[in-house]
Design a protein around this ligand. Structure first.
Ligand SMILES: C[S@@+](CC[C@H](N)C(=O)[O-])C[C@H]1O[C@@H](n2cnc3c(N)ncnc32)[C@H](O)[C@@H]1O
Length: 249
């Protein structure tokens, strides 16, 4: 047995991950939690589709992003998760897709309370390590997985957030289908993305390729979600972004 496998098997499984295992489609027999998160990708790291995602998969990018998001969210309320509208029940389960440094996941954990569970999923090892360092708790855990193939069973979570992520994924409609699939009926979804409307759209006309960042149209997102039984309740455009709240029927 390799020493890496050995150490993976000898590391205690964090409480939040133990609670997450029954929600998974294929729970691993020997969970790899050696970095404090459950690694479901192993050596398979999806190649970053552009410069911005390459930055978020680097230690330097992660170190820059975390304080930047905290500062921006303190100043611009439109960038915060739409916490009240998501109506996460006490003791409910929340999934934060593309969780980055984990601040949003931790906030969901506080809303769900000690009997609830907030899970963050990301592909970036550096983001996940920081998230574990700063936010892991008995009711807050992190998994390494791809948003295009979420490892959860159908209809397992009460609330899903996907903030500032869809613009980085080459197939955002696949991710939207996954977000819808894992939500329970009546569960709510919060999305934040750079928009084709507003300042973002104007910039995009002048900067080709946008370093692997694709701006989204709220009308397209609404139409895709509807195909998956998720109805948009509220869309707000603020500066270069739009924030959407939707509900699974
Ligand atoms: C701009 S950060 C946003 C982090 C966090 N959601 C927030 O609002 O602060 C985007 C995150 O999405 C992650 N990401 C990008 N593509 C992904 C994918 N296919 N699956 C999972 N995470 C992904 C990146 O690694 C990065 O951590």
């Amino acid at each position: 047995m390799s020493s890496a496998m050995n150490s993976a098997m000898n590391t205690a499984v964090p409480d939040a991950i133990t609670r997450a295992l029954p929600l998974l489609t294929e729970p691993p027999r020997s969970p790899d939690v050696r970095h404090g998160y459950l690694d479901l990708l192993g050596p398979e790291t999806p190649a970053p589709p552009g410069l911005v995602q390459a930055l978020w998969q680097s230690t330097v990018g992660t170190a820059i992003y975390d304080p930047a998001q905290a500062l921006l969210r303190r100043v611009f309320t439109a960038l915060r998760p739409p916490a009240e509208q998501l109506r996460l029940p006490r003791a409910g389960t929340a999934l934060d897709v593309g969780s980055g440094p984990g601040a949003v996941t931790a906030a969901l954990g506080r809303q769900a309370g000690p009997d609830g569970l907030a899970l963050g999923v990301d592909v970036s090892e550096s983001m996940l390590r920081r998230a574990v360092r700063d936010h892991a708790a008995p009711n807050v855990g992190f998994l390494r997985a791809d948003a295009r193939r979420l490892p959860f069973r159908d209809a397992t979570v009460d609330v899903v957030t996907c903030l500032a992520v869809l613009q980085l994924v080459p197939e955002p409609s696949v991710v939207l289908g996954e977000l819808a699939r894992v939500l329970v009926p009546g569960g709510r979804l919060g999305i934040l993305v750079p928009s084709v409307d507003g300042i973002g759209g104007k910039l995009a006309r002048f900067i080709p390729g946008f370093a692997g960042v694709d701006l989204l149209d709220a009308r397209d997102v609404t139409a895709t979600l509807r195909e998956h039984g998720v109805v948009t309740l509220d869309v707000r455009t603020a500066g270069p972004t739009f924030r959407m709240v939707a509900e699974k029927r």
